[in-house]
Design a protein around this ligand. Sequence first.
Ligand SMILES: Cc1cc2nc3c(=O)[nH]c(=O)nc-3n(C[C@H](O)[C@H](O)[C@H](O)COP(=O)(O)OP(=O)(O)OC[C@H]3O[C@@H](n4cnc5c(N)ncnc54)[C@H](O)[C@@H]3O)c2cc1C
Ligand SMILES: *[C@@H]1O[C@H](CO)[C@@H](O)[C@H](O)[C@H]1NC(C)=O
Length: 276
Amino acid sequence: MVKKVAIIGAGISGLASIRSCLEEGLEPTCFEKGEDVGGLWKFSDHAEEGRASIYQSVFTNSSKEMTCFPDFPFPDDFPNFMHNSKLQEYITAFAKEKNLLRYIQLKTLVSSVNKRPDFSVTGQWDIITEKDGKKESAVFDAVMICSGHHVYPNLPKESFQGLQLFKGKCFHSWDYKEPGVFKGKRVLVIGLGNSGCDIASELSHTAEQVIVSSRSGSWVMSRVWHGGYPWDMMFITRFETFLNNNLPTVISDWWYVKQMNARFKHENYGLMPLNG
Ligand SMILES: Cc1cc2nc3c(=O)[nH]c(=O)nc-3n(C[C@H](O)[C@H](O)[C@H](O)COP(=O)(O)OP(=O)(O)OC[C@H]3O[C@@H](n4cnc5c(N)ncnc54)[C@H](O)[C@@H]3O)c2cc1C
Ligand SMILES: *[C@@H]1O[C@H](CO)[C@@H](O)[C@H](O)[C@H]1NC(C)=O
């Protein structure tokens, strides 16, 4: 009997999973609570509960050369690093081209996944879905969870003493959409990760003042690497991995730091990461 697989979520992971199931002769059914495929790349102008959220200006940090499905390259006229709408266009085209849409049930939430009473013998699962307020139950041989990460914002307000006295707005980057509303405001961005960095530089054009606070520094890299190649093509290679795995740590660390400091010395900006 053909094994039935339930796939939860139709983002990139869900679509790749449908594809892999078909290649293995399995029967996939993908449930997506949203109205479209693409997951977090489907931009929305307001953050939605239980869903990852991107800001209007998000560009990919991985290049099209490294981000594509092996047998589905990006169109030639797409830039190396692209706006989120372009990636969404690509994902939608992939789903259509590979005939994956027929396996996807949109606007269908998976509300529970449970082992069946005879699980120890059959290995089967009970899946309950909800669509338009109607519940349905079905049995599957396997479940693939592709529901995404970056879904729940972590805003540790209790870590900031006296915050309750602060009169301004305080929110997580999950709620950030565009810089316009910060015109003329003074903004403190806490954290120098990808989002903090992006948002701070974007706000610097509209806000009156932007201050970035980082407790441990960060490697600040350009998407464009040596010789004008995308950074990830140069950095995520078998050669780099080989060096990493085979050189003594002192030497591979030295090599890493040397590359990271090639554009500018992080020490000169007080950005040198504390933990390497
Ligand atoms: C700002 C930002 C920038 C990023 N940039 C890059 C990048 O440049 N390159 C890169 O490779 N990665 C990047 N990422 C990582 C990103 O997580 C992956 O690219 C990819 O989108 C993850 O896909 P996913 O399918 O795992 O999850 P998601 O895209 O989050 O999709 C999960 C899907 O599951 C659905 N779902 C969840 N729960 C249920 C349920 N109970 N029932 C039914 N459906 C459900 C959701 O509605 C959603 O559609 C970025 C992430 C963020 C936040
Ligand atoms: C790209 O950005 C996302 C979101 O900040 C992050 O999770 C991911 O690790 C980044 N990818 C790379 C290759 O740096």
